[in-house]
Design a protein around this ligand. Structure first.
Ligand code: CA
Length: 451
């Protein structure tokens, strides 16, 4: 076989390309004719094949289109389903949200209820406390009611007493009105007397004026009076010397005007036995814490407690020898005395020293000689003692203090008879120097020593 035929056949068989087979064999005229029928047959076959393929493609396309359409419909259906599902989910979500809101609202309500319950419990507790308080108050009210009942009874009794008192007051008032009336009458009388006195004053004034006018006449009279006065003084001195030196002699127990040579007249009690009392302590009614001037001049009540005065004692005892009698008493009623036979007091210039006491006799013992003889007198305002302190201030009263000594008859009056640190009325030798004792009775007396 010709090679070109082989090529053409191969072209058709292997390459399936008839065009190339045609071109290959076209140039060979002999072959061409032989092969051409076959080629045409091949070409027809090829054309049928191509048509068959075309139909196949068309059919495949149609099937695929159908398939696509079917898928599209499925997808649409699925989309619809999804959409419905979404709507259901949304509805469910809304429902869940709504439920959540309800649950939250429920929780809030429960919390509110819990708070309210707590408040109610507190209120209950408070109510309970109030009830307790109310019960307590009720009890108190009951007690007060009882008290008020009692007070009412007391008030009734008080009113009765008050009425009685008012009655008394009215009586007293009436009595006072009568007294006032009397006083008014007295006042009127006093006024009348005042008027009378004024009239008398006017008269006196007139007389004075008259007297002034006669003054020149009086000068002569004054000279005459002076002469008479000198004569009178001489007469009084003569009389004085003849006066008995014991003014209490032969008189009863009483207060007398005492006249002694060299001493101005003064009052003093006599004890009925010839003694003149110069000091007395009986009840503490007179304060013996006195200053120098008062001890010098004397003080107190001559019918009770008093001190006669240092100046008088000086003048009297300087005029002649005098005895001193001291009578003492304790709170238990026991008594004692001590007598001295030569009592003498110095002058104020020397601070009224205890210049002499003489010989002591008696049962009370001597509490003057050892510590007080020759001592100056001391008072709260004049420290003449030998102590570092002021004895009169420490122990009270005034005395012839030393350091401060064993006696102090002007000390503090203790009604219970008990002293402290010598501050009472003391006479050491009689109460064994026990200074818790304070005497409750003292009388000091003097009289001229009889010869
Ligand atoms: Ca002193």
């Amino acid at each position: 076989m010709d090679p070109r035929v082989i090529v053409a056949v191969l072209s058709v068989l292997v390459l399936t390309d008839l065009t190339v087979a045609y071109e290959v064999i076209k140039g060979n005229g002999s072959c061409f004719e032989v092969v051409k029928t076959m080629l045409d047959h091949f070409m027809e076959l090829k054309s049928d094949a191509d048509k068959s393929n075309e139909l196949k493609y068309q059919t495949e396309l149609q099937i695929k289109d159908e398939l696509i359409k079917s898928k599209d419909e499925q997808i649409k259906a699925l989309k619809d389903l999804n959409k419905r599902n979404d709507e259901q989910i949304k509805a469910l979500t809304d429902l869940i949200k709504s439920n959540d809101a309800r649950i939250r609202a429920q929780s809030e309500i429960e919390e509110l209820i819990r708070i309210k319950n707590s408040e109610i419990e507190k209120k209950n507790n408070e109510i309970e406390r109030k009830e307790t308080l109310i019960n307590s108050l009720k009890n108190q009210i009951n007690e007060k009611s009882e008290d008020l009942k009692k007070a009412g009874k007391e008030k009734d009794e008080f009113n009765k007493k008050l009425l009685s008192c008012l009655d008394n007051i009215n009586k007293t008032k009436n009595s006072l009105m009568e007294k006032e009336k009397e006083i008014q009458e007295k006042k009127e009388e006093i006024k009348r007397k005042d008027d009378l006195l004024n009239e008398k004053d006017a008269e006196i004034q007139e007389k004075i004026e008259q007297a002034k006018s006669k003054d020149f006449q009086n000068k002569d009279l004054t000279n005459q009076i002076n002469v008479l006065s000198q004569n009178l003084t001489i007469t009084i001195e003569k009389l004085g010397k003849s006066v008995d030196p014991n003014p209490c002699k032969n008189v009863s127990k009483d207060i007398y005007q005492i006249r002694l040579p060299g001493v101005s007249a003064f009052e003093a009690p006599c004890n009925g036995s010839g003694w003149m009392v110069i000091q007395r302590r009986i009840d503490g009614s007179v304060d013996f814490n006195r200053n120098w001037t008062e001890y010098r001049d004397g003080f107190g009540n001559l019918t009770g407690e008093f001190f006669i005065g240092l100046e008088k004692l000086h003048l009297i005892t300087q005029s002649g020898q005098h005895e001193l009698l001291i009578r003492l008493g304790k709170v238990d009623g026991s008594t004692a005395f001590e007598k001295y036979d030569n009592f003498r007091i110095g002058s104020e210039k020397d601070s009224y020293p205890l210049e002499s006491v003489g010989i002591p006799t008696g049962g009370a013992g001597d509490s003057l000689t050892k510590h007080h003889l020759n001592m100056k007198f001391s008072t709260i305002d004049r420290d003449n003692d030998e102590d570092a302190f002021n004895c009169a201030r420490r122990l009270g009263g005034g005395w012839w203090f030393n350091i401060c000594g064993h006696s102090s008859l002007n000390g503090r009056f203790n009604k219970d008879g008990k002293g402290k640190s010598k501050n009472g009325i003391i006479w050491g030798s009689w109460h064994r120097y026990d200074y818790t004792v304070s005497l409750t009775f003292v009388e000091m007396m003097i009289r001229p020593k009889p010869f």
